[in-house]
Design a protein around this ligand. Structure first.
Ligand code: ZN
Length: 221
């Protein structure tokens, strides 16, 4: 018996005794009452444990939401690239640390997943090939048809002058979608433009270190 259970049982038993009539209570009756209280306390305790277990499970339960529909007319090759990035994003989000990273800013994991599946991802040419993607606001992300999400051939990426190998193009795309998710949820501040290049790299690296921890070491290439 755990100390907590013992304490709960004892407290319940005392409470029952205190509440019961103090007069004319035979020792047998008092013992019976205390026994009933102990049973009730024990039942309550096992319920408490079950609820806690369910809560813990719920916290990490992960049901991948449906992928969002792309705007009508999105070319098939972009749709295939998006699916590749989306599937990887779902995979990366199975990592508890990655879940905590996104759900740790006042949003529940469900809110995070709803944001993702409710986002409109539009493929178009952005002002510079330096941007993989750009977030307009919650629920709207532009993916640059001139940027790495589309043009990269493998998982290699340069961030703030350093090279990283994210192992595969899928992981690189997943990292980009997660980066934009940080903007959509509002905990990544603005990071577009040359002056904010290191902030931009910092956001990507935060995701790499949390969601792709094996890929966080700078490489020579
Ligand atoms: Zn950014």
């Amino acid at each position: 018996m755990t100390r907590r259970l013992a304490a709960a049982m004892l407290a319940a038993a005392f409470a029952a005794l205190a509440a019961g009539p103090s007069f004319a209570l035979s020792p047998e009756a008092a013992a019976g009452q205390a026994g009933a209280a102990l049973n009730a306390a024990s039942l309550q305790f096992s319920r408490m444990v079950a609820v806690q277990k369910a809560r813990r499970k719920k916290k990490w339960a992960f049901t991948a939401p449906a992928a969002p529909q792309l705007p009508p007319g999105t070319p098939k090759k972009y749709a295939a690239m998006f699916k590749d990035g989306w599937d990887e994003t779902m995979d990366l989000l199975k990592n508890k640390d990655c879940q905590k990273f996104f759900a740790g800013h006042g949003d529940s994991l469900q809110t995070v997943l709803r944001m993702l599946s409710g986002t409109e991802y539009r493929f178009l040419r952005l002002s510079s090939p330096d941007y993989g993607a750009e977030t307009n606001g919650p629920g709207s992300v532009f993916i640059n048809t001139d940027g790495v999400f589309v043009t990269a051939v493998d998982g290699r990426i340069t961030l703030d002058g350093r090279h990283y190998d994210l192992e595969s193009l899928s992981r690189l795309r997943g990292m980009i979608l997660l980066h934009e998710l940080g903007h959509e949820l509002g905990f990544f501040g603005p990071d577009a433009g040359l002056k904010l290049e290191s902030a931009n790299a910092g956001h990507s690296l935060a995701i790499i270190h949390t969601c792709l921890p094996a890929d966080g070491m700078p490489q020579d290439f």
